[in-house]
Write a protein of this length. Structure first.
Length: 395
């Protein structure tokens, strides 16, 4: 029996843990949280932080892993790559993992390889912003170089706002380094990718809905993209070159792109499956391709099935509620009866505080739906959200 080691046991990793068990594999998980929801579904548990690279390597070695993976989380990819390299297992190299998790290193690679991307400046600490002020064109975006989930992103319209924005981004990162870059405008998409033996397979293009300025938190996704065929071809080409630039040879990638007036430009990418249920739920609903199984197959050295089975629509929409303590969540059963609705989930409960949307972690729940095309799926997901009544009480 093949032994699969999954880094993380939170709800983000639960789809992979369940899928691996369904496929008949012996599953080990590692997480610093001994109460993580995924532990109960695994065969073995290791109390190790997902960012402890040496600890993950030792745990994977003790487990006797035939493959190591994680889903939808960035920094643990360094632990995955470190352990895979030392154990001779299939995965991205450590160099690639760094390029895919450090936004400064990533954009430098894009620039060097001729992959279209925004102009940028990097500051190692907030005070350094005064040294680059003369190089900045407004408006601009600031974000931590080592964070994800829309954490620490801020839009600045002038030098005074830039100082505040850089400080905010630094506070929301691990090391304090901040990237200042062009404020790109236009439709934003993500590209869901699997690379197998060096060949890039574009599985789907996802239209993205965000809160907009100043923090751009993602509030919905729809597949397939409704952009023109010509634009989609340019997006696919850019995504493929970006994946190659950072060195992904085997495994998934989640590529984010902005379609500007001058053409598609890179936002960033992750050397892992996309979050927000995009790759775990939306891709299977819209294409029939099981990306979790494909990712498991690859890390175990098995040829993945990447052939689309159908062409339908899928969508997810997140709930947004007034700030305050949640006093009631009602009409969920009615929302489930909306034609096309496939799943409804909440990350908050009655008694929790909803304090506004500043990052992906602040969203309280979502509705996933499918349909014959993107429009039908989108309408179903939005109807499901509308049917749910969440009552809050301000402080």
């Amino acid at each position: 029996m093949k032994r699969l080691f999954i880094i993380g046991a939170s709800i983000l990793q639960l789809p992979a843990i369940k899928k691996a068990k369904e496929l008949g594999y012996y599953v080990g998980v590692a997480d610093y949280n001994s109460k993580a929801v995924g532990i109960a579904y695994a065969d073995e548990y290791f109390n190790v932080s997902t960012n402890d690279q040496e600890g993950i390597y030792e745990a994977a070695k003790a487990f006797g892993a035939d493959g190591i993976m994680t889903l939808a989380t960035d920094m643990p990819m360094r632990s995955v790559a470190y352990a895979c390299e030392r154990l001779g297992l299939i995965g991205v190299t450590y160099d690639t993992a760094v390029k895919a998790t450090d936004k400064a290193e990533m954009i430098r690679v894009f620039e060097a390889e001729g992959v279209a991307c925004p102009w940028y400046q990097v500051v190692s600490k907030p005070a350094d912003v005064f040294d680059i002020a003369h190089k900045i064109t407004y408006p601009c975006i600031t974000k931590p170089t080592d964070s994800s989930g829309s954490r620490g992103i801020m839009l600045a319209y002038n030098p005074e706002e830039l100082v505040t924005a850089v400080a905010y981004s630094a506070e929301n990162g691990r090391g304090g380094e901040v990237i200042v870059e062009e404020y790109m405008q236009g439709p934003e998409v993500s590209v869901e990718v699997i690379v197998w033996q060096g060949e890039v397979h574009i599985l789907q293009i996802t239209d993205k809905l965000t809160t907009g300025a100043p923090r751009f938190v993602e509030m919905g996704h729809t597949q397939p993209s409704r952009l023109s065929p010509d634009t989609q071809e340019k997006i696919k080409d850019l995504a493929g070159r970006a994946v190659k630039a950072v060195g992904i040879e085997n495994g998934p990638a989640h590529v984010e792109i902005m379609v500007t007036e001058s053409g598609p430009k890179m936002v960033e990418l992750g050397a892992r499956m996309g979050g927000d249920c995009i790759t775990t739920h939306l891709v299977p609903l819209s294409t029939g391709v099981d990306m979790i199984k494909a990712t498991i197959d690859i890390c175990l050295g098995q040829t993945p099935d990447l052939n689309p089975k159908w062409n339908r629509g899928s969508a997810i929409r997140y709930l947004e509620v007034p700030c305050g303590f949640i006093t009631a969540i009602e009409n969920v059963d009615a929302a489930k009866e909306v034609p096309g609705v496939q799943e409804i989930a909440f990350t908050a409960k009655v008694g929790d505080y909803a304090g506004g949307i500043y990052s992906s972690a602040d969203r309280i729940g979502f509705v996933i739906a499918d349909g014959k095309d993107a429009d039908e799926a989108e309408q179903a997901s939005e109807a499901g959200v509308t049917a749910i009544h969440v009552t809050t009480q301000a402080i």
